[in-house]
Ligand binder design. Structure first.
Ligand code: HEC
Length: 130
């Protein structure tokens, strides 16, 4: 690894921490509503569904698991080797900018509204447990 790419990695990690600190839904005291989150989830459904792989991997059962864990889905190497475990905090950061959290990921969708993020995460948590 070159000196430059090390520096870049350090900068990305630093900016990631800033994002996590400033815009973290849980830290802002937002309580997600899974019923509203089901509506928000319609915006994910262009690429995802709960039980079938589409452009993106199926979602059910992912909370509490490692990123890149759906066996019959062709992930980017970046996400597969990220070491992330999906929970409220990592999902909130992911939805604020997948490419910032995991440079090189194939997901290019951002959900700017913190309440919408909290809601959709609550929905995913509810469905994931079924
Ligand atoms: C334009 C298409 C698109 C949209 C819209 C989209 N995603 Fe994704 N998503 C992807 C792709 C592609 C991947 C796989 C990324 C990779 O392999 O790097 C992914 C991966 C993910 C993962 C990682 C899953 C795993 O198994 O590790 C999560 C979580 C996720 N998306 C959540 C969401 C949520 C929640 C929404 C809606 C708010 C959403 N995505 C909207 C394309 C999309």
């Amino acid at each position: 690894m070159t000196k430059n790419s090390l520096w870049l990695q350090a900068a990305l990690i630093a900016s990631g921490l800033v994002i996590g600190g400033a815009g973290n839904a849980a830290a802002d005291g937002l309580v997600g509503d899974p019923v509203k989150g089901q509506e928000v989830y319609e915006r994910c459904e262009g690429c995802h569904s709960l039980d079938a792989n589409r452009v993106g991997p199926k979602h059910r059962g992912r909370i509490g698991r490692k990123a890149g864990g759906v066996e019959d889905y062709d992930y980017s190497d970046a996400l597969k080797s990220s070491g992330i475990v999906w929970d409220e905090v990592t999902l909130d950061r992911w939805l604020q900018g997948p490419g910032k959290l995991v440079p090189g990921t194939k997901m290019g969708f951002i959900l700017k509204d913190p309440k919408a993020r909290a809601d959709v995460i609550a929905f995913l948590k509810r469905e994931s447990a079924k």
